[in-house]
Ligand binder design. Sequence first.
Ligand SMILES: Cc1ncc(COP(=O)(O)O)c(C=O)c1O
Length: 427
Amino acid sequence: MAAGAAGEARRNRGFPQAGRPWDSLKAEMLSAREGDKPWCHERSFTAAYFAGEDVLRCADEAYDAYRAENGLFAASAYPSLAARQRELIAGVLDLLHAPEGAGGSATAGGTESILMAMKAARDWAQAHRPVAGPPEVVVPQTAHAAFDKGAAWLGMRVVRMERSEDWRADVAGMAAAVSENTVMIAGSAPPYPYGETDPIDEIAQIAREHDLWMHSDGCIGGMILPFMKALGDAIPPFDFAVTGVTSMSVDMHKFGYANKGISLCLLRDAGLDRYHRTSCDGWPAGLYSTPTITGTRSGGGVASAWAVMTHLGEEGFLRIHAAQKRIRDRLVDGIGAIEGLVVLGRPHALHVSFYADGFDIYAVEEGMAARGWRSVRMRAPEAILLWLNMKHAQSIEAYLADLAEVAAAVRAGGLTAAGRGASDYAT
Ligand SMILES: Cc1ncc(COP(=O)(O)O)c(C=O)c1O
């Protein structure tokens, strides 16, 4: 038992009593970390976004420069940070063919961007075409779990498709699922589980016919697809060039190569901001009005994303994505050349899923893990999911050589899987 600061008895369960010098604490903290997996490694294909040491340095130093500034006070106290945010949003809107008068806000991540788009759609519908039941959002089978999280928080209902024809959204099913309570419809560019972009133009057509809010989730592809298209890939329309796309989510902390904690929620019409933001003027401290879930947040995310965008520019992104496209294309060809392995769909971005026809892909995953290769296990279908970055330029041939050997061993019955579970994302 210990006496707390206020004098009440308190069980001594974890809050340190005496302080300790930072130097020894730091050494202890860093040595404890040695047991962790590296965040980015050439033999790891879990989601890590690495575009080169120069880009990382730029992201880190810009983040550090604004780490202590509170983004909540950007407009009132830090005009330089507010200007960086405006330039960042304007830059990405430009990249994604947004019309004159478009707008958006900076959020802490893709989940928050999706939640804010859902909140805006709900409130827009309430003002324009109120529905009787819980407002519904129709999404493809592969839409990110953030839509379910948003629905749970916002009193909405997710209508999720059960199939993904050809690894893309089941558009006919989505059209049939629109009800009198539907307010929003969404697609992914591309979705997390399979790398192929949904037919955003066909989904937007449904939105136009039924007067729905249409969200294109570009959390992954927003900062990849425009460049892959410029590099010659056949990328289906996915951005504001598609009439009917009302909002987009674009994660700068993924393929915008900024430090964690920054995404954009973009709006075709800046005027929609009134449904997007929440304002409170009825408390003693003055008007509190934000287009985000978070209040206090580091200014570092905005600074980091702005710095990488400006440091690389279009030319830099093209250079990096051209190199990563070579890795991806080599991987897709290499996997396709191994007997029994099949790539899911046409990977448009920088992640590739593949399954095994006639043998156990989880045994392949375990065999590869035993050789030091980390990857992600998918459930439906059972598959291996690989996230690519610049580090893999050095390792892709070794990966493919090991994959061919391990797949052959599994096919021959020489390797079996110890576990059946897919990767999970529980924190
Ligand atoms: C397509 C897609 N949307 C949304 C998200 C959620 O992003 P975050 O993890 O930044 O909240 C992810 C995350 O991987 C994603 O892949």
